[in-house]
Design a binder for this molecule. Structure first.
Ligand code: FAQ
Length: 311
């Protein structure tokens, strides 16, 4: 049963009042937010790696500048999100330690390889497209710093999605080989993109509590359905085929029906056994280790400056 304090907290949430860092909050609310926001931050940071693979091989100077800008945006998103998590009383070092030791989760989607340039199109179109669908509601979530961070993040994600669709459009209007490359990228990224929304509602252990706290405004399956409904006409416009024989408009529901997700694959990726999990983690740990000299120099410089002001 709820304490008086918890009841008052829930009443504020039900009234749509934002919770701010210095407000009282149940420990479980704090923990849930630290979990979700840090996973989200790690996803942005690890999410730079699949695209980083193509920076040196972008087909034109213009495409390269756009891709670089997108990847830099992702670094920025990671930093806002770590800052939002820090308002809950956890340190960035602790969060990074959890990522580097393999304890913390990040989005399953970033454990897949980027095999061709068309993957840059498919990631922008499908992965950033899914990220927007998930994050627009988060702009209205109950925790102030997280909700506010999402506003700018969503604006940047819509640029990312647009640049991805533009790559797909160029390939689909190109040679038969280019169009085949776009189709191959769609075939490989479609199902992993649907997995981004998390387990089905029946298996989503955190949903009930997160909905009550207005951290989640829509369920995993509702957002997944929204992604399918939005993306099918876009694929039709490109002249591409979604790799799902069960995909079919359902007049009665007013939505597309679609096939069963391979949940075994999803769980394998979450357990660390996706195609690129080990490589992604190794790359992040190496980047952290390679930066040790710079962090030490910053501390030494700060110590010297502090000593000087004491003289
Ligand atoms: N991957 O009970 P639920 C981006 C875990 S977008 C890995 O349903 P919840 C932009 C879940 O954590 C991607 N793990 O959990 C970009 C939980 O485990 P836990 C990041 C997943 O939290 C684009 C367990 O399964 N976006 O980075 C996944 O209520 C392009 C049970 O699940 C966000 O993080 C998954 N796909 O709902 C960057 C958005 N799905 O923690 C670069 C914020 C579920 O209990 C390039 N997050 N799990 O051990 C959320 O909205 C939620 O956390 C969900 C999961 C919807 C992801």
């Amino acid at each position: 049963s709820m304490s008086e304090q918890e009841r008052a907290f829930q009443a504020r949430i039900d009234d749509g009042i934002r919770i701010e860092p210095k407000d009282w909050m149940p420990e479980a609310y704090r923990k849930t937010l630290i979990r979700q926001i840090s996973q989200h931050a790690h996803s942005e940071i690890v999410g730079q790696l699949p695209e980083g693979n193509w920076v040196t091989r972008a087909p034109t100077l213009k495409r390269k500048s756009i891709l670089l800008a997108k990847i830099q945006d992702e670094a920025g998103h990671g930093l806002y999100l770590y800052s939002a998590a820090e308002t809950l009383g956890v340190s960035r070092d602790e969060l990074l330690q959890a990522l580097h030791s393999g304890k913390a989760k990040y989005s399953s989607i970033f454990n897949y390889p980027t095999l061709s340039w068309a993957d840059m199109g498919a990631i922008g179109w499908l992965v950033d497209g899914s990220a927007i669908i998930n994050q627009i509601p988060l702009c209205r979530c109950s925790y102030g710093p997280y909700a506010r961070a999402m506003i700018r993040v969503c604006k940047e994600e819509s640029f990312h999605a647009r640049q991805g669709y533009d790559i797909m459009l160029a390939l689909c209007n190109g040679t038969p080989e280019q169009k085949a490359m776009a189709q191959d990228a769609l075939n490989r990224w479609w199902w992993p993109s649907l997995m981004m929304f998390g387990p089905s509602d029946a298996h989503s252990v955190n949903s009930a509590q997160s909905s009550q706290w207005r951290i989640k405004l829509f369920s995993n399956d509702e957002l997944r359905q929204r992604m399918v409904d939005q993306t099918v006409p876009q694929a039709e416009f490109l002249g591409l085929t979604i790799p799902d024989p069960d995909l079919k408009w359902n007049e009665e529901r007013g939505h597309y029906d679609f096939g069963e997700i391979d949940w075994q694959e999803f769980h394998d990726v979450l357990k660390g056994n996706g195609p690129c999990n080990r490589e992604r983690l190794r790359t992040r740990v190496k980047a952290w280790d390679d930066g040790a000299w710079f962090r030490e120099a910053l501390v030494a410089h700060a110590d010297k400056a502090a000593a000087k002001t004491q003289e």
